[in-house]
Design a binder for this molecule. Structure first.
Ligand code: AKG
Length: 338
């Protein structure tokens, strides 16, 4: 007998997303959650097995030869075939957004169109998702339901839906396709770092970019560790030191920006004082592999609800959802469901 979701949330009706022909041959199962806009396909064994049994072969290079810089550079972290399959899978299966928002500087309000597709999953340390113990898909003939997750308060670990007042956007659990990668990343660095957020950027062309910024928000705590994985077309990742303070010049004003041409499968772990002292960006790019599309995944750990609200505001937002349409070779806006 098929076991069905029994959670505090009502499941959404099943809808099978379109898939890449190369991974369509595997029987598809989906993870459902009432906060997902669509059921999210579980990775086929060609992706889940190597991630579940992951052992990294190339040791990372430590980049610590600049003031306040502390980076581990895995070149590559994922083998090329796994990086290629994961790129196609994530582009096919995840919901994406092109977020618009306004910022106010003094009396002036400016509209911002995020110049890339984004999506995010996870919840900060004050809440947690727990698996539904009643659900065991081993004797489940249904190809569409594999798991259910309940959002629980971490204070007492009692499965309770988090009140709508706590979060402006309802948090989405990290789906298996990204959670297996998170676990592989955590196991490979072996330094005890645990992540609770996965932010995904899709740079469709060389015109998509992210401008210089640092991930030094207070909701990440002091000196956050951020793991950043690249898939798909090669793009330059630039780092430059923040302007020196008058008391601490130390030749910092003369430092040149650093450039890393990140290839598919590469991973950078930024840690220590990097975020508080350095800015990073992926500039627009003419020619090269920009037209191939690139996915970047960052794993982070947010410690307070402000992190959750911020990440969903700027990576999901309130606008339309986009899905990859293989036949057209582009992201297409789809109507909101439910
Ligand atoms: O795409 C990248 O490599 C960088 C992404 C990034 O800086 C971010 O998401 O904050």
């Amino acid at each position: 007998m098929s076991k069905r979701i029994n959670s505090f949330f009502q499941p959404l009706p099943s809808k099978k997303p379109k898939t890449d022909p190369e991974i369509a041959s595997c029987p598809a199962t989906y993870t459902h959650h009432s906060n997902y806009p669509i059921p999210i396909r579980d990775p086929p064994t060609t992706i889940s097995n190597p991630l579940a049994n992951f052992s990294r072969t190339t040791p990372p290079k430590a980049i610590t030869d600049q003031p306040h810089l502390d980076i581990l550079y895995f070149q590559p972290f994922l083998p090329p075939s796994l990086a290629r399959d994961l790129f196609r899978f994530l582009r096919n299966e995840l919901p994406f957004y092109r977020v618009k928002y306004t910022i106010r500087r003094g009396p002036t309000e400016t509209s911002i169109n995020t110049p890339r597709f984004t999506t995010v999953f996870g919840v900060d340390d004050t809440s947690m998702f727990i698996p539904d113990p009643k659900l065991d898909s081993s004797d489940d003939n249904s190809p569409t339901v594999t798991s259910s997750l309940i959002l629980a308060s971490s204070e007492n670990r009692t499965p309770l839906p988090v009140s709508d007042k706590k979060y402006h956007y309802r948090p989405r659990p990290i789906p298996p396709c990204l959670d297996l990668l998170r676990q592989a990343v955590e196991a490979s660095t072996n330094d005890g770092t645990k992540y609770n957020f996965a932010l995904v950027n899709y740079y469709a062309t060389g015109d998509d970019s992210i401008s210089y910024h640092s991930d030094d928000e207070r909701f990440l705590g002091p000196n956050p560790t951020i793991a950043s994985i690249s898939l798909g077309g090669k793009r330059d990742f630039l780092l430059k030191h923040k302007p020196p303070t008058t008391s601490d010049t130390n030749g910092i004003g003369n430092l040149k920006p650093l450039k890393f041409p990140l290839d598919s499968g590469d991973m950078m772990i930024m840690r220590g004082e990097t975020q508080s002292n350095w800015l990073h960006s992926v500039p627009k790019r003419k020619g090269g592999q920009g037209t191939q599309g690139r996915i970047n995944i960052t794993f982070r750990r947010a410690v307070v609800p402000g992190g959750t609200n911020n990440y969903y505001r700027y990576n999901v937002g309130d606008g339309e959802m986009f899905r990859w349409r293989e036949a057209e070779g582009r992201m297409v806006a789809v109507e909101k469901e439910g």
